[in-house]
Design a protein around this ligand. Structure first.
Ligand code: IVH
Length: 668
């Protein structure tokens, strides 16, 4: 291929990956591969200035603009950092800096490169006035409302802190590993698509139109750059230490060093230790510390000369692909799974990796016997990222093809328009779908029948005792108990667990039905809105769309589910066994709109109820429990020992403090 064609191809590919990454939040290649391609293109463009194009992907650094937010032009453009994966280039940068400073001594501040999304925060007179995403570096989305829910970002600075009237501070919004894993667990249960990594999850969350969702998801933020006309310190390090005193969270890993050797030591140390950090990092950032020296080094068109990012390679290993198997999920979705020779990856043995879907396999041109590269970076499920085409020899097996029929029931698979996945449409008889629905039904957050486990379900299913959730309530003791007393005991426990589940409240029964896209939260919302299954079943699409938090996908799925005769029959049978198909009198009487429209902060320690109980009470009466005090807070429900900072803030804003007894009276 001549170089002109190569340039064109790289541009087209990079444009596409840019879109996948920034707009869809669905990267298909690793950062490393993306950066490699970008470099290759940069090199070729340098060689061929006659082929320059202002629209080339090298001319912009990606945009995460979405059109639902007001767009704001940055007061100072948000540059990106030059980056490298190569230690020699770190040395070259160090030497360039030294040369640029005519041999003057200089210090370098080493920090973690946090893998989230960058944010610019503006403060005026000690108050947060705006929070804007990076966007294309020139303008970004105004996400102030959402950012206000992030607890580690101060909204009002302490009165005694000596901050300038106006300043900007930049940093990274992140979703800690723990929150990310919990979120994906919930999404898996609700059959919602999983976030690929904490960065996507943080970005998806920050762009959410509903700031309550943001508040729930526990984002965090580390700040790493203070800007403004009157900032206090003369070095980057000092400024961040001061900002820390003002209440900002700063990466505690930050170190000042005097030599290149120390930089390498820092890199070596954190390349290993970063795995123990609560948030994702993808490299190290090196910054010349003195602001005067930074100014004298200056900027290139895209990035400062005084800083560089050294990026870590995602942990990647190669192994041999032995077989591809296909799994059928509870919704009938087919997942192709690579079975490989075992390898050690990020501390665990990996034998299997997801292959996503047919297009993914086709794009890799995957063959049995191929040497494949497996990565487990931010992702929980290992994935195949590449194939070593050059390692192919005469032992190469056949090309992997996608199946046409369900491996479990033989039904011809379907692929719905616009979806990447194949489905087995035989939802009324395909065994893993039936079994999956029962497993979901008994799961902890659904009916919580913990006397039954997946193995027992599998056994009963195999023996033909159960085929759907309602069959559980028809199990007779003699069907499941053996001759021995011990087994009798366990069958009693099982039967008792099933019987007890008839007390499970309606909202969880609704979730247990396993209606696609109706997760725990949607089930709760629907139960409270419609109050009974009959009202929900007869709701029109329009009525469903009226409900806050219910969008077109969920609404349509509910309509489809209830229009199926088999599902209607299932509901009737479950009802006849005594399951809760409406809100109980108790729940109904416990609901009111006494706190409708109010934002309430809970603080301190309580005598009558726990904080969680108060939170539930607030929601039950139509109020909203919010995490931090702002001008919009209606009142503070305060127990003993309310934090002094909160108290001061409340006083400053003139927000009413309500004690436990007063609150209980309010909702009486
Ligand atoms: S400094 C002009 N420091 O990496 C320098 N950036 O491509 C501005 N990042 O967009 C950035 N950790 O989102 C800096 N400790 C750190 C960082 C960091 C992560 C991100 C930031 C930026 C990107 C650079």
């Amino acid at each position: 291929m001549d170089e002109r064609a190569q340039i064109e191809q790289l541009r087209a590919e990079l444009h596409r990956h840019n879109y996948q990454y920034y707009v869809l939040n669905q990267p298909e290649i690793s950062d490393f591969e993306f950066d490699q391609m970008m470099r290759q293109l940069q090199d070729l463009e340098l060689k061929h200035p006659e082929l320059a194009d202002p629209n080339s992907p090298t001319q912009r650094v990606g945009s995460d603009l979405s059109h639902e937010f007001r767009q704001v032009v940055h007061q100072r453009p948000m540059l990106s950092l030059a980056n490298t994966y190569n230690r020699d280039e770190v040395r070259e940068w160090y030497e360039r800096v030294s040369e640029g400073l005519s041999g003057q001594p200089f210090q370098v501040c080493c920090e973690m490169k946090f893998d989230g999304l960058s944010i610019s925060l503006h403060y005026q007179h000690g108050r947060l006035v705006s929070a804007v995403t990076r966007g294309d570096g020139i303008q970004g989305d105004d996400v102030t409302e959402n950012v206000r829910t992030i607890r580690t970002i101060p909204l009002i600075l302490p009165a005694d802190a000596n901050y300038p009237d106006e300043f900007e501070i930049r940093g990274e919004v992140l979703m800690p590993w723990e929150s990310f894993e919990a979120l994906n667990r919930e999404r898996a249960e609700a059959e919602e698509p999983l976030f690929a990594n904490p960065r996507n999850a943080a970005s998806g969350t920050l762009k959410s139109k509903n700031s309550a969702v943001v508040a729930q998801r526990r984002l965090d933020a580390y700040l790493y750059y203070l800007l403004g006309d009157n900032i206090p310190g003369e070095s980057h390090y000092d400024n961040l230490q001061i900002a820390h005193q003002w209440g900002f969270k700063i990466g505690p890993q930050m170190r000042l060093v005097d030599t290149l050797d120390e930089i390498y030591q820092y890199i070596d140390y954190w390349d290993v230790e970063r795995k123990n950090l609560p948030v994702a990092t993808d490299g190290i950032v090196l910054k010349v510390n003195s602001l005067a020296q930074q100014r004298s080094l200056g900027l290139t068109a895209k990035s400062p000369r005084w800083a560089i990012a050294y990026k870590f390679m995602a942990e990647r290993q190669s192994t041999i692909l032995r077989e591809v198997t296909f799994q059928v999920g509870r919704t009938g979705a087919i997942t192709p799974v690579a079975n490989m020779d075992p390898i050690q990856l990020s501390g665990t043995v990996v034998r299997r990796a997801t292959l996503n879907n047919e297009d993914f396999i086709r794009n890799l041109d995957l063959h049995i016997g191929d040497r494949v590269y497996v990565e487990k970076g931010g992702e929980i499920i290992p994935k195949i990222v590449d194939v070593d085409v050059e390692a192919r020899d005469e032992h190469l097996g056949p090309r992997v093809s996608f199946i046409t029929h369900c491996p479990e029931c033989g039904t011809q698979l379907v692929r719905y328009e616009g979806e990447a996945a194949h489905y087995c449409p035989n939802d009324s008889a395909c065994p893993p779908q039936l079994k999956g629905r029962i497993e979901h039904f008994i799961s902890r957050k659904a009916m919580n029948i913990d006397s039954l486990g997946p193995e027992t379900v599998a056994e009963y299913f195999r023996r033909g005792i159960i085929r759907d959730p309602a069959d559980l309530y028809e199990i007779r003791r003699e069907q499941i108990s053996g001759a021995r007393g011990q087994k009798d005991k366990s069958s009693s426990r099982i039967l008792q667990g099933i019987q007890q589940s008839t007390n499970v409240p309606f909202e969880r029964v609704l979730y247990a039905l396993g209606i696609r896209f109706v997760g725990e939260t949607a089930a709760k919302t629907l139960a409270r809105y419609f109050k009974s299954i009959d009202r929900l079943a007869s709701a029109s699409l329009d009525e469903l769309l009226q409900v806050n938090g219910i969008g077109a996908v969920i609404a349509q799925s509910i309509r489809t589910w209830f229009s199926n005769a088999q599902n209607q029959w299932l509901v009737e049978r479950l009802r006849s066994y005594g399951l809760q198909m409406e809100l109980s009198e108790d729940e109904l009487s416990q609901h009111s709109d006494k706190l409708q429209g109010l934002s309430i902060v809970i603080s301190g320690v309580f005598a009558h109820h726990s904080r969680d109980e108060y939170k539930a009470l607030i929601e039950r009466h139509g109020g909203k429990n919010v995490g931090s005090i702002s001008a919009k807070t209606s009142f503070i429900l305060a127990g003993e020992n309310m934090g002094p900072a909160k108290l001061e803030k409340a006083n400053k804003l003139g927000i009413r403090i309500v004690n436990e007894d007063e609150f209980l009276k309010m909702i009486e």
